[in-house]
Design a protein. Structure first.
Length: 201
C-alpha cells in the first residue's frame, strides 16, 4: 500500500537557506504542503517540526531526505531514527544523495541488506565525525580570536541621533511610549533594548 509522500528539509541555523533542498523535493513531485522545513541543529533534542512529522508518518508513507544527517548529526541518533522509521513504523525512506540506502530496493536479498546496513553505519559515523571536526575548528578559532584580543559576536549597532533623541524624550516624559514607537517604527522589545543601551552609554 502506497501512502503519502513527504520531504524533510533541515538547515542548522536561521542564516542558512533551505530553498535548494526544497527545490529538490518539488522536482521529485512532492507537494509543498508535505515538505517539512526545520531550522534546528541535528544535535538538538528539541525538534518540534520533525517530531510532529514522525508522529504523522504511518506504514506505507514515503519520506525523502537529502542525506542521512537530516535525521540527526550523531551516529546513535541516525541509527535510532532510521530504525524507528524504517522498521518500527514501516515507512519507506528515500535518500536522495545515496539511493543505495533506499528501503524500497527491488533487490532485497540478504547480501544487499547486509551491504546497505554497513553503508548506513559508515555514513552515520562520517556524519558525527564531520560534525565533531566542525565543532573542534570552531572552538580553536574562538580560542585564537580571544587570545589575540578580538571581540566576538556581532558588532553593536550604532545608536542614531533620532534614536538617542527619542529615547531621551521618553525618559524625560516629554513623549509617551506609543509616540516613541511610532517615531522610530519599532516594537516595544526593540525600544526597551534601545533604552538600556542609551542608559549605559
Amino acid at each position: 500500500m502506497i501512502g503519502t509522500t513527504y520531504g524533510l528539509v533541515r538547515v542548522s541555523t536561521e542564516e542558512q537557506n533551505e530553498e535548494r533542498q526544497v527545490r529538490k523535493m518539488l522536482e521529485l513531485g512532492i507537494l509543498r504542503k508535505n515538505i517539512v522545513v526545520e531550522k534546528e541543529s541535528g544535535k538538538s533534542t528539541v525538534r518540534p517540526k520533525y517530531q510532529r512529522l514522525v508522529k504523522k508518518l504511518k506504514a506505507g508513507d514515503i519520506l525523502y531526505i537529502e542525506n542521512i544527517d537530516r535525521l540527526s548529526r550523531d551516529y546513535d541518533g541516525i541509527i535510532s531514527q532510521w530504525y524507528n522509521l524504517a522498521i518500527k513504523k514501516n515507512v519507506t525512506i528515500k535518500v536522495i544523495d545515496t539511493p543505495m540506502l533506499d528501503t524500497d530496493q527491488v533487490n532485497d536479498s540478504l547480501i544487499y541488506r547486509f551491504f546497505r546496513n554497513i553503508l548506513l553505519h559508515v555514513l552515520g559515523f562520517q556524519a558525527e565525525n564531520e560534525w565533531q571536526k566542525i565543532k573542534e575548528r570552531q572552538a580553536q578559532g574562538i580560542a585564537v580570536a580571544k587570545s589575540s584580543g578580538k571581540k566576538l559576536g556581532r558588532p553593536k549597532k550604532i545608536i542614531t541621533r533620532i534614536e538617542r533623541k527619542t529615547a531621551k524624550q521618553y525618559l524625560s516624559r516629554d513623549i509617551d511610549l506609543e509616540t516613541a514607537l511610532v517615531i522610530l517604527g519599532v516594537k516595544r522589545s526593540t525600544f526597551y533594548n534601545l533604552l538600556s543601551r542609551v542608559n549605559k552609554a
